[in-house]
Design a protein around this ligand. Structure first.
Ligand code: CTP
Ligand code: CA
Length: 208
């Protein structure tokens, strides 16, 4: 298979020097890329800014903003068999980016934020015969919200990630498929969890 993987955070600039983002390390996406390559697949990795190196043998596309991530994915997706969305996409951007640098005023300021494009949901609408696996990070009503995202983003499966996984080398995940049931659980080092998830994809999504 040729697999598209999104990873890392995106950045949304408020002005020329400041941005909104999050603490995603990119580890889960990069581990999946490594596992997929080890299993004999081709990987196109579209990554926001992270400090880790992509695995050998992987095509890497570095992006910064959510729009850039989407544009790159939209180009690559038609030539892939499926997509795994691990990116911690920045959900909001400033409505009007200010040129230069916003100066202090001595008073509170209000920023008007609007939602960014949903990369995975857009790819879901374009998927045709391709498969789509999402990741979901929830702090409450985890399974309910994960199932809601599975449908709204037209995913074939969604991986429910534990909040404690952020920035950690370990993870505990539950795979939920369109039956709305938990069909697999994996825990341990992200590298091991990644091997298991690629194996699960090969058995359940390949050729779907
Ligand atoms: N995702 C995406 N583009 C976005 C937001 C999310 O591609 N703008 C993808 C993520 O990479 C992940 C899945 O959608 O695979 C779920 O991300 P998550 O942040 O859990 O869900 P959201 O839809 O953003 O909802 P919320 O953050 O409000 O819970
Ligand atoms: Ca989000």
């Amino acid at each position: 298979m040729r697999i598209l993987i999104t990873a890392g955070p995106t950045r949304e600039y408020l002005d020329d020097v400041r941005y909104l983002s999050n603490a995603s390390s990119g580890q889960m996406g990069y581990a999946l890329a490594r596992s997929a390559i080890a299993a004999g697949h081709e990987v196109a990795l579209v990554s926001g800014p992270v400090t880790i190196n992509p695995p050998a043998g992987c095509e890497i596309y570095q992006v910064e903003t959510t729009d850039e991530m989407f544009a790159q994915c939209e180009k690559l997706f038609p030539n892939c068999d499926g997509v795994i969305g691990t990116a911690a996409v920045c959900d909001y951007r400033i409505k009007t980016r200010k040129p230069g640098k916003i100066a202090k005023t001595g008073e509170a300021i209000t920023l008007e934020l609007i939602e960014t494009i949903d990369v995975l949901a857009e790819l879901g609408t374009q998927k045709g015969s391709r498969w789509v696996m999402g990741f979901a990070l929830e702090s409450q009503d985890a399974r309910f919200n994960a199932v809601r995202k599975l449908y709204s983003k037209k995913c074939d499966a969604i991986v429910l990630n534990s909040v404690s996984a952020i920035g950690s080398s370990e993870n505990f995940v539950e795979v939920i498929d369109q039956s709305q049931e938990i069909v697999a659980t994996y825990s341990g080092e992200k590298t091991q969890v990644a091997d298991s998830l690629i194996d699960w994809i090969q058995q359940h999504l390949a050729g779907s």
